[in-house]
Write a protein that binds this ligand. Structure first.
Ligand code: PMV
Length: 358
């Protein structure tokens, strides 16, 4: 849960503020003038360690929030038409380009669900989560927008209601989202996800990951459709691969709980090969994986939808991560981040930390 200071100076969070019910909105599309002038919401990026694609077919997955890649959304009541101010587009929300439709859908869904369906607003988004790179940009933006609308209306959203509204936008972004991204971008630490259910994961010893951007836009929707098509064309082999990916997530859970980084890395590299065989790899991802392994990574795999986007490699420690980051840059990575997942019991889940590697 994100805590912040609201525009009136009081600490506020979308789950801690007292619900204001009918006091908060008239339900007639008008935002009351007594409401705070600006609602704010935030969420983080994420990486999927195991189970992308397989999770769509009921297999388990492991994801980690990336705390320093953040999205912040501010919503202000406006006089006439709703407008968006973002790095990708500024103008009327009715005219947003196709890639920003999910953001408009998140805004509409939140306003409608919270009782102000036609309220004109000014929405400002600031994000350092790169879009179309498999690090959760669409879910993080939707989660921040939903949080901001709830904050504007003074409504406390429980985690399930918030999740459902983010999922409305995720469906607009890529059809049949498993819900993994929507959970991970608001999680305080590593999560285990299966069939919509989420639980925190134990991590016995800290892990240092290097995330490298191929610079090639990932296409999650296309990649998910390609797996679906392959399942129709060759059901037995495809289902075997999906089950193997689920088995690797199971094994990784044990690696995390037991502090076995070498085994975790081997399982990552196996998952990369299985995902490639599933049709969601990319030569640029393979080149970065080869470079990471040649530089001594314990394992390397694509993360997220694939067909571009990012690679994640496991370093032996922080010094090795610096070396890996250099090797990945030399191999052509467009951007590189180093992320530390601290040791955590399931009761105490600190955020991951991340540093951008220049
Ligand atoms: O590319 P991303 O970060 O949106 O991740 C997608 C993960 C998939 O498993 C491929 C799809 C899903 O809905 O879980």
């Amino acid at each position: 849960m994100t805590e912040r200071t609201d525009p009136r100076g009081a600490a506020a969070s979308d789950e801690r503020r007292p619900p204001q019910g009918d006091d908060a909105s008239r339900g007639d599309g008008a935002v009351r003038s007594s409401l705070p002038r600006t609602g704010t919401g935030s969420a983080t990026g994420k990486v999927i360690l195991f189970g992308e694609h397989a999770v769509v077919y009921g297999q388990p997955a492991i994801a980690v929030p990336v705390a320093a890649l953040t999205v912040q959304a501010d919503v202000t009541a406006a006089a006439d038409v709703s407008t968006l101010d973002s790095a990708l587009y500024t103008g009327p929300i009715a005219d947003v380009p196709a890639r920003l439709r999910p953001t408009a859908v998140a805004l509409d869904a939140a306003l409608a669900a919270l009782g102000t369906p036609d309220a004109p607003v000014f929405l400002r988004i600031r994000s350092d989560v790169p879009a179309e790179r498999g690090v959760g940009s669409s879910a993080a933006v939707a989660a921040a927008v939903v949080g901001a609308v709830a904050d504007l209306l003074g409504i406390r959203l429980d985690a399930e209601r918030h999740h459902e509204l983010v999922q409305v936008a995720e469906r607009a972004a890529h059809g049949t989202p498993s819900g993994l991204d929507a959970r991970a971008v608001r999680a305080p630490g590593p999560i285990w996800f299966r069939n919509g259910a989420v639980e925190p994961l134990a991590v016995a010893s800290p892990l240092v990951f290097v995330i490298a951007d191929t610079g090639v836009p990932g296409q999650t929707g296309d990649a998910v459709a390609a797996v679906r098509a392959q399942r129709v064309a060759d059901p037995d082999a495809t289902d075997r691969r999906i089950a193997t990916l689920g088995g690797l997530a199971d094994a990784a859970r044990a690696d995390l709980a037991g502090g076995d980084a070498a085994s975790l890395g081997r399982h990552m590299t196996q998952a990369h090969a299985e995902l490639g065989a599933l049709g969601v790899g990319h030569p640029a991802l393979d080149a970065l994986a080869d470079a990471a392994l040649a530089a001594g990574a314990l394992g390397a795999k694509l993360t997220g939808g694939g067909r571009g986007g990012c690679l994640i490699a496991l370093a032996s420690d922080a010094d090795h991560a610096e070396l890996l980051a250099r090797a990945l840059r030399d191999a052509g990575a467009a951007d590189v981040w180093t992320t530390t997942v601290p040791a955590a019991s399931v009761d105490a889940q600190p955020n991951t930390s991340v540093e951008k590697t220049e």
